[in-house]
Design a protein around this ligand. Sequence first.
Ligand code: NAD
Ligand code: SER
Length: 316
Amino acid sequence: MKKILIVGSGGQIGTELVKKLRGIYGNENVVASDLRQLTGEIVENGPFERIDSTNMMQIIEVVKKYNIDTIYNLAAILSATAELNPMLGWNVGIGSLVNCLEIARVFGCAVFTPSSIGAFGPNTPKDMTPQDTIQRPNTIYGVTKVTGELLSDYYFTRFGVDTRSVRFPGLISNLTLPGGGTTDYAVEIYYAAVKGEKFICPLEKGTFMDMMYMPDALDAMVNIMEADPSKLIHRNSFNVTAMSFDPEILYNTIKKYIPTFEMEYKPEPIKQAIANSWPNSLDDSCARNEWGWNPKYDLDKMSVDMIETLRAKLGK
Ligand code: NAD
Ligand code: SER
């Protein structure tokens, strides 16, 4: 049985990934950790350790204590927040990654570190962006993601560390709110709609980006780490997507289920500039061919589930 450490467990992905992996591998085999002291299920149902992942010794102690063989490295500062504090974005994203890779080399662990659509930039082909293409991002977030992809591939080819990754698009979920990304609007819009509030959209009509519902993202993280390594031509990192839309398409989809919903555009310059530099849609055929990537949720199916779940959660 795998012995897994999740670094940065308290965020949008981590809170759900801990549950998912504990369901598969057993509560006691999945150690959650975060810079912050977390509370609730994540701490009560299985091991939790407080770790600042930029501190190598703190990770080493936990890897030794639990005989960890797989690390999911989720600690990072997301795109819009990182643009306000670039050094913090670099120090957390790269500090955490380098520590995880070095520890993996010494202790023989596999490492999953998510990359992002942010690893692409304004010179990248925008539509059906290929797996292997120009990666010259103009955000600090993107710079950390390209560096992460290169370093992770380097640790695989140079030291044989089993590194694997996907380039996530914007993730939409209903358990934990996203933390400072450019794609956050696609989550916040559902909360506004279900609460009966008007939504102020921070991006212009016509701003297309790839998106994915969290259940598919969780499957991606499990399946890539379980994939037969002999089938992997790529490693760091695979394009994956489930849908591509702009704010207007999303608004009109939600309006089918909540006809009174209203939205107004008030673009935020930093988020708009970041979104403009990212692809409209990804070609994820390599992930499909090499390890069977196959998302289950499209925009309509996701919207029905988001609205139902948020209505129950918010008592609306
Ligand atoms: P998040 O901001 O919601 O959560 C990050 C977590 O890391 C937080 O709980 C935070 O407390 C923790 N953290 C920050 N600094 C830390 C440190 N020094 N040590 C330990 N923990 C620390 O982020 P997320 O959305 O869950 O994203 C996780 C990963 O997935 C990131 O690498 C992100 O770039 C990537 N990703 C996310 C999305 C998305 O839409 N959510 C899309 C593409 C890629
Ligand atoms: N959701 C992330 C962000 O917007 C994409 O990597 O930063």
